[in-house]
Design a protein around this ligand. Sequence first.
Ligand code: NAP
Length: 244
Amino acid sequence: MARIFITGSADGLGFLAARELINEGHQVVLHARNAQRTAETKRKLPQAEAVLTADLQSIEETNQLAATANALGTFDAVIHNAGVYQAAPQLIFAVNTLAPYILTSLINKPKRLIYLSSGMHMQGRPNFENFENGRISYSDSKLHVLMLSIAVARQWPGVYSNTVNPGWVPTKMGGHGAPDDLQKGYETQVWLATSNDDKATVSGRYFHHKKERPYNSTANDVKLQEELLHLCEKMTGVAFPNAL
Ligand SMILES: NC(=O)c1ccc[n+]([C@@H]2O[C@H](COP(=O)([O-])OP(=O)(O)OC[C@H]3O[C@@H](n4cnc5c(N)ncnc54)[C@H](OP(=O)(O)O)[C@@H]3O)[C@@H](O)[C@H]2O)c1
């Protein structure tokens, strides 16, 4: 049995991954944006160990979320799943780029980290010149999480850090008409969080439907990765712990 923490798990792929992990016998801590969503999530999945509350738009609440998660003990895996798509650029920046950085830096190191990116990261660029004003696109933010995941894999050799493109699936974000398989949209995260398969116990990789796939090679640029970490530290006041 593994203990897993999943951000943004009141709905969509985060919720579905949590439900699947619980069905498989794992212990799961969920996360929702406010007290109402927390209560709804507890009602939907009463077998969850806990549902933590924090609006990831707020650096302060995100810092507090890490402290609350740490108070529950160390996790075997953390799935950085929460995300927004059709939203103001500053909100996308806070939730998709800064929150995973803060939580990665502050939550006790788990054995495995999984980051939700998107095929749209291919069109993304680092866009560091707009960090001060937060004017970045969804694609940029999904390139950022991939860069973060690869930087973590490089700096923390004892941790499996991987990225998932779930496909375009029919959640609140994907919309009713999304063409890809919903189940395939969360089973890769579940597999990476728990499986001892050789193919799942790797690091710094990018997966779609349990298979490694090509990705935007900008994410491999160590200088850009370091600049991302530096700028995120500057924006949040949270230092990235380099040493293992
Ligand atoms: N669906 C797709 O086609 C698709 C494609 C590529 C990548 N992805 C990625 O997959 C991940 C999951 O997406 P999804 O399709 O499951 O989306 P979703 O159904 O919209 O779920 C996103 C979850 O994140 C939570 N969240 C959003 N903003 C938050 C905030 N400020 N504070 C706390 N929680 C917040 C949402 O809370 P509420 O429920 O309260 O809104 C929701 O539970 C995202 O990172 C997304 O970018 C999805």
